[in-house]
Write a new protein. Sequence first.
Length: 351
Amino acid sequence: MSKYFSRKPGELKAYVPGEQPRNVQQLIKLNTNESPLPPAPEVIDAVAAAAQKANLYCDPTMFKLREDLASIYGYTPDHFTLGNGSDELLSFAFLAFCNKEIGVAYADITYGFYSVLSRLYATDTKIIPLDAQYCINPYDYSALGRTIFIANPNAPTGIALTRAQIEGVLQANPDNVVVIDQAYVDFGAECAIPLVKKYDNLLVINTFSKSRSFAGGRVGFAVAQPELIANLETIRNSINPYNVNSLSQAAAHAILQHNDYYMQNCSVIAQNRAYLTKQLDALGFTTLPSMTNFVFTRHPAISGEQLYLQLKQRAILVRYFDSPRLRDFCRITIGTREQVDALLDAIRSIL
Ligand SMILES: *Cc1c(COP(=O)(O)O)cnc(C)c1O
């Protein structure tokens, strides 16, 4: 650390992304919940066309995308804004809806970025443990007097709350913002966006990184009533009004026009998830009920770290978490059927 750094030692704890190795061709990469399926060809064409005009700034209002989203979800464009990935929108949400007085609450086991942001922005934090089944208990989220962040489905468990349970949390916290981070919603969970019309304290954050095969393009979108969106816009325009670049805006527009392709891909992933879960069951694994494009699974004979290391030796990357409640588990992204079969062969040889 240089003597010029404005932060104290230990004050921040930066997010550690899953490994992104350079030799991906030789690897089966099942560690960061990307889609194994490519973008639609029209998306690639749209990026190439947009590159021709990359000398010009992008549209800082992202109007075309907000119109696309408006027609898909049945709200006016002022219900939407977009981010450079949903991570950026989570950061904007912290800046807009948390401060010294307004604290934050989230689960002990959830998306790692919430704790990174709460430290970065020095937010008073209440951690709410998952229950013994690794579920969020919505009754633990009553009248908290804080901004609430819930990943739904949750990560890395894969378990989802129903829309009715989310509605219960919204009703139990009428004076606080409830952020529903639904990065994995397209793989089978109930979407919270229809609740936006009824609840002025709901902010739904979505990403194109998982179900839309666009993790590298960095696009996320937020949905809420116009007053909340205006607050996020104030933050966004105070940091980076050109946050979603023109190539990504063009790609996102093409992605929204080819929804059928992506929803078809999601159903392939859901089928592969069911197949993998069944095969893991037969091998003695216990797998949490996933509504996502990954499974969180454990085996009595091998720790998460050992399974991770042994699979890595066989050129398959998965992820494990070195914390007390998670140590037994591996998180495995759902790949193509061929990747799933290669993974299963490797696991059989390890066991
Ligand atoms: C992957 C993920 C994100 C971040 O997605 P980006 O849009 O790529 O920044 C946010 N929340 C959860 C729960 C995720 O798993």
